[in-house]
Design a protein around this ligand. Sequence first.
Ligand code: GLN
Length: 306
Amino acid sequence: MSQIDYQHVLDEITKEVQPLLSQGKVADYIPALAEVEPNQFAIAIHTVDGQTYCAGDCGARFTIQSVSKVMTLTLALQRYGDELWQRVGKEPSGTAFNSLTQLEFEQGIPRNPFINAGAIVTCDALYSRLSAPMHSMLESFRQLSGNAQVVIDKKVANSEYEFRHRNAAMGHLMKSFGNFNNEVDDVLWAYFNFCAIELNCVELAKAYNYLANQGKDANGQEVLSARQNKQLNSLLFTSGLYDAAGDFGYRVGMPGKSGVSGTILAVLPNQFTVAVWAPRLNSYGNSVAGIAALERLSQKLDISIF
Ligand code: GLN
């Protein structure tokens, strides 16, 4: 694997996806996201032996949005272990990331930790066990990405909070079923701040490298146990791209997590993490060029988890 010229492959992919950069629409449910220059693209690989490769707009930072849900789950699993699964399920939802309907039928237990309802209830659990949730989350990203200057884009966080009604409805519905312990608005404020953490592709691939490294960070410290890490990657494969997880798995063959800013993080266990960013989304809320780039990567390197 170390013989592979990753840089050459990433450069090639960056050229090949150019025609796709004008396809799809940037997220516009909040004004702060709609303002992004839409035709940008970056892709970065960080290997478990510490090598970084990047092509495209490597320095460009974006809010990581739902890719933060992976860190939320990680921090919650550290604190709760399997007890967490009393609050949130492990099944693919087959519905949109912001769907409310299943909550009503399933007694306020969200299907999985990656749809919004599941991430918000996981945030609620975390909120109960952290004295300063935003600080803890930022510190995790700062340490794991190797950039002590990582910040939260407050404009995006505030805008999300202002237009929070749908996510608030999920929180209140879960509270009505007894599956929510803190004030809904307090937890949402933390959730939106997590979503508004700003990274570039290199930092994102680095920060989540423990997912490819049996749960260990670059210093060999355990972020998750190997067993929890396997479980988290399995859930990413089945639910990381919501109701498009099947298509993503079929095309890319790796666990992945997408965010409405147009970023996707994918994991090749024991080899690398790869982060891609292209703001225009398809109708499922996933990056058009991002998915195409990862599909090409898996084809060109002839890799998958299978
Ligand atoms: N902040 C977004 C929301 O809660 C995250 C959704 C996403 O990235 N899919 O609506």
